[in-house]
Design a protein around this ligand. Structure first.
Ligand code: ADP
Length: 269
């Protein structure tokens, strides 16, 4: 079965003033709950590698003090855990920046085709070591649109990296750039980038929650792959800032497609 979910910019409700207080209170409670969940998640995510580091320090000081072979092994694991904490902190900072930026329209003019070619080149070594071949369609030449270069690099880096990580070993990841004459929700011409993998796919029940902070389908697999669970949340905020849309389609056992649709022009401010 083909499953699809759309993540579009926030909609502001047009309710009458009389209901605003009640709505505000429940929204405040919801926001407060989200904040508490977020702090709990961050603490948990940081504590996991920290606990491992502390355990190894104790072992190196005690039972493994004179075991030189163990030193190398433990130091390697400790390096990995420290790297995980570093990545998590980097992504938390990124998330906080993109959340703050969300209401500021990007003003730069970005060459989307060149940007995609460059992200694909950057990720080629990881694809090669995962035995995944990266293919590009429609990315030659120049495609200009309004955007924030660094943030768009982050969007496509996260999505293509995920497709490589969760794609099939020996399979293909396709990055396709195409123009849409009239995108119905954006009500105008747009550019669509599809990142398609041939991995396990994602079950329908997970799709609407994928862009939530720390949401993972398989926490163990994500951690094994060095994931933080924040990549798609960052992607969502950046796309919202660009007044674009993210579409996710997946077929269990066949693979997933992440489609980023960006308006061709800045439109109305
Ligand atoms: P992570 O750092 O865990 O990869 P993301 O926010 O990038 O976090 O993705 C959230 C979750 O969505 C992942 O943990 C994974 O379970 C799932 N996911 C993302 N991309 C894919 C994909 N291409 N195929 C299958 N599952 C995916």
């Amino acid at each position: 079965m083909l499953c699809q979910v759309l993540v579009s910019p926030l909609q502001i409700s047009g309710n009458r003033a009389a209901s605003v207080t009640i709505e505000d209170r429940s929204r405040d409670e919801e926001t407060e709950q989200m904040r508490r969940d977020f702090v709990a998640n961050v603490s948990h995510e940081l504590r996991t590698p920290l606990t491992a580091l502390m355990g190894f320090i104790e072992t190196l000081r005690g039972p493994a003090r004179n075991d030189l072979a163990a030193h190398d092994r433990f130091l390697e694991i400790m390096g990995r855990e420290a790297g995980r904490m570093n990545r998590l902190i980097g992504e938390l900072l990124s998330l906080s920046r993109v959340e703050q930026d969300e209401r500021r329209r990007p003003v730069e003019s970005v060459d989307l085709a060149a940007l995609l070619r460059s992200v694909v080149t950057t990720l080629s070594p990881s694809a090669t070591s995962a035995s995944v071949s990266l293919e590009q369609v429609g990315t030659s030449g120049q495609v200009m649109l309004p955007g924030d270069t660094d943030q768009l690099v982050q969007v496509f880096h996260n999505l293509i990296e995920n497709a490589v990580k969760y794609g099939a070993s020996g399979g293909v990841v396709r990055v396709v750039l195409e123009r849409l004459q009239h995108e119905p929700v954006l009500r105008g011409p747009a550019w669509m980038v599809t990142i398609a993998d041939e991995g396990e796919g994602i079950e329908a029940l997970h799709l609407p929650r994928l862009t939530e902070r720390f949401y993972r389908v398989d926490t163990h697999r994500s951690r094994e792959q060095g994931g933080t669970g924040l990549g798609l949340a960052i992607v969502k905020h950046i796309i919202n800032r660009h007044r674009g849309r993210l579409k996710i389609e997946s077929q269990k056992g066949k693979g997933s497609q992440f489609m980023v649709i960006l308006p061709e022009s800045a439109g109305r401010v």
